[in-house]
Write a protein that binds this ligand. Structure first.
Ligand SMILES: Cc1cc2nc3c(=O)[nH]c(=O)nc-3n(C[C@H](O)[C@H](O)[C@H](O)COP(=O)(O)OP(=O)(O)OC[C@H]3O[C@@H](n4cnc5c(N)ncnc54)[C@H](O)[C@@H]3O)c2cc1C
Length: 510
């Protein structure tokens, strides 16, 4: 680095996407700076401890599916303790006709559940065996689910599950964009039962060659998911600049200049060779507008759902329901019920509430009620209390209330999303050394954000290494190499041999 405002790579946005990108670059030997507009890191990921409760205001758990997330947790294993979800969490409820009905998990419970009519059950079973007729057009989740399992299953079970992930409308969400592997199976018009059996056989056959998973299923962290983002921020040290908002950037002969405004009102100009935008789609569009004018109309097309998360703590004796499960979700064929769903937080992670209390996490808004974030705290709490009262046999008022609003926070992968992202990426690629990460690109879950951020960082390290050996500088023979070992997504060991981006050779080219 030539001065404290110069970096090889600058990352704009300190949510999980930006933090992971910066962390991977730093461990790969890069000189990296991360600008975060807020005073704390984490973006959507917000945890607070209050009165013995552990309040997850944003994400609640992670389904660890990708080796890059395992590696990230592994990097912080000395600072953080991973907590698996309790066995109780396997039971899930759906709200139906004023009652909570357990989601069937085996053929017997499926045949006996009052959640579906006899006709719907037969249709669901035949849909599992039959090959689906899939057309050429990109299917919505509603179209694929109705074609495969029938209207009642789509309206009741599928709409509820999807609202728990995307807070969205299955009539508009794209199956291949939201769930790429399900989209591939559907497009191949294969029988789901046949596919399931073939996958089980393949996984048994390849079991020995696969990388051993350290964590399975849902996990959290002893101090909440905010402890992970805080730990990454801490290890980034002075490379993380909190309270520093990127206002604009421009391309220069040697890379980019970024104008930033700090919370104390001061301004700074940063210089970098490579720039990674790790904000929401809307903010990326705003920042890109002067440099890649075609980008903003594309990011404007990506809608995002708003929602409110209420954490409500109760005295144990004030809730008559055993809360024996993960929680419940509400299907779209229950339009008069005002909640999207409710998680039984301490049933999943007992450390989220003191022993004498229970903690409920209530969701209001999404496609069900897009205006919910404009309601007063009082109205939101009253709505939740009246909806939960009879359902969970609640006899007292909450002893703890926390209301957290998320405005346009969950990108909606509507039909055409993949094409929009393809065009956006093509436009951005015209600016060499400009990159995008974030939850509007290749998956909204923490796992997906970490996967994309890790791939992007490793790609940058490889690119840098390639450039440093194909464009030798006078001192390149003596410049040191950082060799960083990583497990690649396919489970094999992958060596990222990267010359430190701040090495003399790199500085000479600035
Ligand atoms: C209520 C809720 C519950 C969720 N539950 C789960 C869950 O249980 N499990 C799961 O896997 N996923 C969950 N998700 C999804 C997941 O949490 C998000 O998709 C993910 O955290 C997004 O991370 P990100 O870094 O891409 O974006 P963000 O978290 O939005 O971070 C973007 C960051 O960029 C900063 N920024 C923006 N503009 C600038 C600028 N100009 N200059 C500097 N900084 C800037 C922002 O301040 C912010 O910190 C949930 C999401 C929400 C909203």
């Amino acid at each position: 680095m030539t001065d404290e405002n110069d970096f090889d790579v600058l990352v704009l946005g300190g949510g999980i996407s930006g933090l992971t990108t910066a962390w991977q670059l730093k461990t790969g030997g890069a000189s990296v700076g991360l600008l975060e507009s807020a005073e704390s890191v984490g973006g959507c990921t917000r945890t607070e401890r209050r009165d013995g409760f552990l309040l997850e205001k944003g994400p609640f758990n992670v389904m660890v599916r990708d080796p890059s997330f395992e590696d990230l947790l592994g990097d912080f294993s000395e600072d953080l303790s991973i907590v698996p979800a309790s066995a109780t969490a396997k039971k899930r409820y759906i709200y139906r006709g004023g009652r909570l009905l357990a989601v069937p998990t085996n053929p017997v419970s499926l045949m006996t559940t009052p959640m579906l009519s006899a006709g719907a059950k037969c249709r669901l079973l035949s849909g599992l065996v039959a090959s689906g007729r899939s057309g050429d057009t990109e299917a919505t989740i509603e179209q694929a689910a109705t074609r495969r399992f029938g209207r009642e299953v789509a309206d009741t079970m599928i709409s509820a599950v999807i609202s728990g992930v995307f807070a969205g409308d299955i009539a508009r969400l794209s199956l291949p964009a939201c769930f790429p592997s399900a989209g591939r199976v559907d497009a191949a018009a294969r029988s789901l039962l046949g596919y399931g059996l073939a996958s089980a056989f393949r996984s048994k056959r390849d079991g020995g060659a696969r990388r051993k998973r350290r964590w399975r299923g849902l996990v959290s962290i002893d101090g909440g998911l905010g402890a992970l983002t805080a730990a990454i921020g801490q290890r980034l040290g002075d490379d993380l600049m909190r309270g520093t908002r990127a206002e604009a950037f421009r391309a220069t002969a040697s890379g980019f200049e970024v104008d930033a405004r700090c919370t104390d009102g001061s301004t700074r100009v940063f210089r970098c060779r490579r720039l990674v935008l790790a904000s929401s789609a809307a903010e990326a569009g705003r920042l890109l507008e002067p440099v890649v004018p075609q980008a903003q109309p594309m990011t404007d097309l990506i809608e995002s759902a708003s929602l409110v998360v209420l954490n409500l703590g109760f005295r144990k004796g004030d809730i008559g329901h055993p809360l024996d499960g993960f929680g419940f979700l509400v299907p779209r064929n229950e339009p008069d019920f005002p909640l999207m769903g409710c998680l039984f937080a301490d049933s999943v992670f007992p450390h989220h509430a003191p022993p004498e209390n229970r903690l409920l996490r209530v969701f209001i808004g999404g496609a069900r009620d897009p205006n919910a974030i404009t309601y007063s705290d009082d109205k939101l709490v009253r709505t939740a209390e009246s909806a939960l009262g009879d359902l969970l046999h609640v006899t007292g008022h909450p002893v703890l209330v926390d209301v957290c609003r998320y405005d346009a926070a969950i990108p909606q992968y509507h039909v055409g999303h993949a094409e929009k992202i393809k065009q956006l990426r093509a436009a951005v690629a015209q600016q060499e050394n400009l990159h995008l990460v974030g939850n509007y690109l290749e998956g909204v879950s923490l796992n997906d954000c970490v996967r994309l951020a890790t791939q992007t960082a490793h790609g940058l390290l490889r690119k840098e290494h390639h450039e440093s050996i194909t464009a030798p500088s006078p001192d390149s023979a003596t410049a040191t190499h950082a060799t960083h070992r990583r497990d690649s997504p396919n489970g094999t060991r992958d060596t990222v041999d990267a010359r430190p981006l701040g090495s003399p050779a790199v500085r000479a080219r600035r």
